[in-house]
Design a protein around this ligand. Structure first.
Ligand code: ACO
Length: 324
């Protein structure tokens, strides 16, 4: 069923109440506010409370996105949740959210592409909506990375935070979409880099959850090239450009990676949405969280051309271009 577009109907997000500042972190590990801000741009991050799980954050973001869309859970027939920090090994955390929303029809599944998860989930939901199998999807990114951090490793524990964001996508016939919707998406993976950013545990290997391990310099070295390659693909596929986009909403890993990518692509700093300062790296949640911030403060308007990109463990990376 060609001729369908996946149009964003609403966006929402949720951050746990507890804020952890750089100064507080400096009491846990040998670091400083100055070091963290200079290298990453991060000043604080939110941390889930005891007993507050990824499903709880994802549910609240989903409810906010539904309210923004003026829809109810009954309107949703597909849930794709991007997460690397599920409540349990199985069932999928999306099913927990589906149940909490009271949805008993359609399908819900989790997708794991680490920090690229939201772009992978958006692209996957778009493909399903275009086939006509589903009508409206909740695409959620939700993470509790605080649970897989080694809080004695200053090289990683200062970088990440918890949170969730969600969008509602609706399949609309192209003739009625008025140019809106997801225009293109480009997904990539290369497992040769799998040992540069990984978790050292899992059900099949260690029967433990494990902790995040990262070669920060190696990640940094590859990030800008991978990000800009996949954005160049998005521009080539659509004829759009750094000049024609209204907003660049990148995965929020690190201020320096974001700035270097925008600069290499010739994207004006005024078009770049950054939230890393207050959220840290929330992995698959970072893009929908940033979308929600820029939507609520009035930057992203209906009809705007919005460029998304992410890069993460695997490595995985991807881009999506959409007209809001
Ligand atoms: N506070 C103070 N000093 C620190 C800290 C810290 N939190 N962490 C490391 N250091 C020290 C190191 O021990 C090292 O000290 P040494 O020279 O005495 O050995 C020194 O700082 C330099 O360490 P590097 O790791 O080389 O520091 P670098 O300049 O590369 O910055 C950083 C580290 C911020 C992690 C950087 O490499 C980076 O941003 N990498 C990308 C990481 C990233 O964004 N990952 C996520 C992307 S993918 C995803 O989102 C899942």
């Amino acid at each position: 069923m060609s001729g369908m577009k996946s149009v964003v109907r609403g966006v929402g997000s949720y951050l746990p109440q507890k804020v952890l500042t750089n100064a507080e972190l400096a009491q846990l590990v040998d670091t400083s506010d100055e070091w963290i801000v200079q290298r990453t741009g991060i000043r604080e991050r939110h941390i889930a409370a005891e007993g507050e799980f990824t499903s709880h954050l994802g549910l609240k973001a989903a409810q906010a996105a539904l309210a923004d869309a003026g829809l109810t859970a009954a309107d949703i027939d597909l849930i794709v949740l991007a997460t690397s920090t599920p409540d349990q090994t199985f069932p999928a955390t999306s099913v927990v959210i589906q149940n909490e929303l009271g949805i008993t029809r359609g399908a819900a599944f989790d997708l794991q592409a680490v920090c690229s998860g939201f772009v992978f989930a958006l692209s996957t939901a778009d493909a399903h909506l275009k086939t006509g199998s589903f009508k409206r999807a909740l695409v959620i990114g939700a993470e509790t990375f605080s649970r897989i951090l080694d809080w004695t490793d200053r090289g990683t524990c200062v970088l990440f935070g918890d949170g969730a964001g969600a969008v509602v996508l609706e399949a609309v016939p192209e003739a009625e979409a008025g140019g809106r919707g997801i225009l293109t998406s480009h997904l990539r993976s290369d497992g040769r880099h799998r040992a540069k950013l990984f978790v050292d545990g899992g059900p099949s290997s260690t029967q433990t959850v494990g902790h995040l391990r990262m070669e920060g310099r190696e990640v940094f070295k590859h990030a800008v090239g991978m990000i800009t390659d996949v954005i160049t693909d998005a521009f080539a596929a659509t004829g759009e450009s750094a000049e024609s986009i209204d907003w660049f909403v990148p995965h929020q890993a690190n201020r320096r990676i974001i700035d270097a990518s925008a600069q290499k692509l010739g994207i004006s700093p005024a078009k770049v949405v950054t939230t890393v300062e207050l959220h840290g790296n929330t992995s698959a949640a970072s893009i929908p969280l940033a979308l929600d911030v820029a939507r609520r403060d009035g930057r992203i308007q209906r009809g705007d051309l919005v460029l998304l990109e992410a890069m993460g463990g695997g490595f995985t990376w991807g881009s999506a271009l959409l007209r809001w």
